[in-house]
Design a protein around this ligand. Structure first.
Ligand code: EPZ
Length: 429
């Protein structure tokens, strides 16, 4: 198993290009199930998660070609015919978002058998809202032996879907199914994350009739069929925020390019409140921090446009060295403080009670061996390592590879002392 070694203390200077968004790319790839023509996705990130979903889509009958285009990596996806409507446990378990093939398969083939994804380290993460939405659209759903058996022999039918609380995955799933349903669908209390707008844009290019994505009410006029399209994946707002926090933690001046700042305004204003200099540009943002300690600030995670839960661990890493006590409330997932004991190994002083962490800023951190527990937690340890004295070694970096493209390369290009230790070079503990 690979590890990442960081020698702390180097200031970061330079430019980091941001990749396409993981959490958009994987939903866009699933949209290829809705047409027999080619979907061409550009600005594609090459990640373990896109590979996992690629394996499942191939099994279902999608032909996938990965190539380098003029604007970077591209993926061409064509499902001329449905080869299978079964998504087995082995493939869904690797990545929860694979569950979202259920709706498109139902819409295209009238039936599907998809494994329930199961829980994961950040929480139980049920899929009841997904299933309620599909039932509302006329599907018959049965659960046996860990699988969802879904039927809609005469096709899906437009419906009013009123979510009791905001779910990104359930909103996307309802959208992916409703575009081919007969008649009108209204999704109320929809998630407003930018990735949902991106999915709706792509579906509209494919011939769908979706409006209101990005607001709490999405309207969909069902169409008989969709066609091929070309769509550029939106920039990754979580990668943008992560590198912004890394630059603030290490100190120096870093320009993040090929991205958008409007998606991370909540983060940027918190960083400014803490004392980081933020300059917004048309194509990105410059993060600058001179010497001196940052101020402790409070955050609470919330659905978009609130503070992203996917940036909570990284923000906590920054707060470990701030002056004062920062209160961090996690309201989306019940178990998303797994990075706390690991940050503690580096010398951070953090107490957790329920969904609230109190981070009492310390003067310095000290490098140590730590273990990644999930994707965003693992990168928070890298961020802490950038400012810790001596060497930090982060284990289980396969978590990191799920969602960050060439992380060591991008940080090293700005002067960070980060390297990957291949599995065979060290013995894993
Ligand atoms: C998406 O997960 C993201 N994943 C997550 O990013 C992100 O943290 C999350 O949205 C919140 O922003 C992808 O896009 C692939 P939810 P998702 O449905 O869709 C509960 C990362 O690191 N819930 O909005 O699964 C659920 O348990 C990942 O990239 C139900 O109870 O999140 C959670 O408490 C981690 N029943 C809350 O809703 C349901 O049917 C919000 O989850 C669905 C969700």
């Amino acid at each position: 198993m690979d590890r990442i070694a960081i020698t702390g203390g180097a200031r970061l200077e330079g430019e980091i290009p941001i990749s396409g968004a993981k959490n958009s790319a994987i939903k866009l790839m699933a949209a290829s199930l809705l047409t027999d023509q080619q979907l061409r996705l550009t600005n594609m990130p090459r990640l373990a998660d896109t590979r996992f979903l690629g394996q499942l889509l191939r099994r279902l009958g999608v032909e996938i070609v990965e190539q380098d285009g003029e604007g970077g990596a591209e993926t061409l996806l064509t499902m001329r015919e449905v080869a299978s409507t079964i998504a087995p446990y082995d493939l869904v378990r690797q990545m929860r978002a694979s569950f979202n093939v259920l709706g498109p398969l139902l819409a295209r083939a009238g039936q599907a058998k998809v494994s329930l994804p199961g829980g994961c380290t950040i929480g139980a993460r049920p899929v009841d809202l997904h299933l309620d939405a599909l039932r509302a659209l006329g599907a018959t759903i049965d659960l046996h032996e860990g699988y969802v058996y879904a039927q809609a022999a005469r096709g899906l039918v437009g419906a009013e879907i009123d979510f009791p609380f905001v779910s990104v995955g359930a909103t996307e799933h309802a959208l992916l199914a409703a575009v081919l349903a007969r008649g009108h669908t209204q999704i109320r209390n929809a998630a407003r994350e930018p990735e949902i707008g991106d999915l709706a844009d792509c579906l509209n290019k494919m011939g769908a009739r979706v409006s209101g994505a990005g607001t709490a009410t999405i309207e969909i006029e069902g169409v008989d069929r969709l066609h091929g399209a070309t769509h550029a994946v939106l920039p990754d707002r979580i990668e943008t925020g992560t590198f912004a926090l890394a630059a603030a933690m290490a100190g120096g001046e870093v320009r993040l390019t090929n991205t958008r700042t409007d998606f991370i305004e909540t983060l940027l204003s918190k960083m400014e409140e803490a004392g980081v200099h933020v300059t917004r540009h048309n194509d990105g943002v410059t993060i600058k921090r001179d010497g001196g300690r940052l101020r402790a600030v409070e955050i609470e995670t919330d659905p978009y446009p609130g503070f992203a839960t996917d940036l909570q661990a990284q923000f906590m890493a920054l707060m470990t060295l701030a002056d004062g006590e920062s209160v961090i409330r996690e309201t989306i997932f019940e178990n998303r403080f797994m990075h706390v004991p690991e940050l503690g190994r580096l010398g951070a002083d953090i107490g957790v009670a329920g969904g609230e962490a109190r981070v009492r800023g310390v003067e310095s951190l000290e490098g140590a061996q730590v273990m990644a527990t999930d994707l965003r937690a693992s990168v928070s340890l890298v961020i802490a390592g950038l400012a810790a004295r001596g060497e930090t070694i982060v284990g289980r970096v396969y978590h990191l590879d799920r969602g960050f493209e060439r992380l060591e390369e991008k940080l090293s290009a700005c002067g960070a002392q980060v390297r990957r230790i291949k599995g065979e070079e060290v013995e894993d503990a």
